[in-house]
Design a protein around this ligand. Structure first.
Ligand code: C2E
Ligand code: CA
Ligand code: CA
Ligand code: CA
Length: 275
């Protein structure tokens, strides 16, 4: 009924109308894609920086559209979030990733992203518990990546959900750290085990002294709070060397490994770990 209501407006400029039409079409196609297996997951490796050991993989959703080809998550996830399709999509992602991770060595962790909309529209704790039971993946192997956007909304309910997940053995990572508006006080109220420094800071390491100061401070914060620090978007040897010098715990990025649809049987081959 909401959609029909919007349809009755006819004040759009032609360009805006075209954008809206594409969006409607994508929404329709996404609904089908979830059923028709046009979606798949890539997995990007994460490494411990001091020993170069593989610690886990982050699952990243992909959509190969039959006509348009690859559509980036930054295009289709907002549509999924606004239409509620994120609920079946999020469930498919979690189930598919947990099932795939069963084939990995037992110490290898799986990181799965959750969007703020999932916390608004469903009982995330119930979902995670059910998927872990159905797949048989140990809760200790699952890490859920949330953003400050999730923390900011509906805080009491989110605290309760995250606390129950923590008690279940699932760990919580704060994604895109440093980009959202927030006070750091949530770190004392939420069971956050890991902080992922946003790629935008790593990008300018070396060229901008201010980001160096920020990144090294976040690494220091992690050490005093006993929170694991992961740097994401590491692309160069120089960035890796700086992060190692400061004592950053983990790294993820094209320098170490791109997201791939299949996890190689010997993931440590060909990876430059002695930066
Ligand atoms: P994110 O969670 O911050 O994921 C990291 C993004 O950085 C991924 O983009 C990844 O492909 C990219 N990346 C990794 N290493 C490098 C690097 O060295 N250089 C550069 N330039 N990029 C790198 P992607 O796959 O396009 O995902 C974009 C965002 O979409 C993700 O950001 C996440 O917020 C969201 N997303 C992706 N998959 C899922 C999912 O399954 N569920 C949910 N809720 N969100 C997802
Ligand atoms: Ca992430
Ligand atoms: Ca991130
Ligand atoms: Ca991001």
């Amino acid at each position: 009924a909401k959609q029909d209501g919007r349809n009755t407006f006819r004040f759009f400029e032609p360009a805006m109308d075209a954008a809206l039409q594409r969006r409607r079409r994508l929404e329709h196609d996404l609904r089908n894609a979830i059923r028709k297996h046009q979606l798949y997951l890539d997995y990007q490796p994460q490494f411990g920086l001091s020993h170069g050991d593989l610690t886990g993989y982050e699952a990243l959703v992909r959509w190969w559209h039959p006509v348009e080809g690859e559509i980036p998550p930054s295009t289709f996830l907002p549509i999924a979030e606004e239409t509620g399709l994120i609920v079946p999509l999020g469930e498919w992602i979690l189930k598919t990733a947990c099932t795939y991770a069963l084939g990995w060595p037992p110490e290898t962790k799986l990181a799965v992203n959750l969007s703020p909309a999932q916390f608004k529209t469903q009982d995330v704790y119930a979902l995670v518990r059910r998927v872990l039971m159905e797949t048989g993946l140990e809760p200790e192997r699952l890490e859920l990546e949330i953003t400050e956007g999730t923390i900011l909304q509906n805080t009491d309910a989110v605290i309760e959900t995250l606390t129950k997940l923590d008690q279940l053995g699932v760990s919580i990572a704060m994604d895109d750290f440093g980009t959202g508006y927030s006070s750091l006080s949530y770190l004392t109220r939420f069971p956050v085990k890991k902080i992922k420094i946003d790629r935008s800071f790593i990008d300018t390491l070396g060229s901008n002294p201010q980001t160096s100061a920020i990144v090294s401070s976040i690494v220091g914060l992690g050490q005093s709070l006993d929170v694991t620090i992961t740097a994401e978007g590491v692309e160069t040897e120089g960035q890796a060397a700086m992060l190692k010098h400061w004592g950053c715990d983990q790294v993820q990025g094209y320098y170490y490994g791109r997201p791939e649809a299949e996890v190689p049987s010997d993931p440590l081959e060909d990876i430059p770990l002695d930066a």
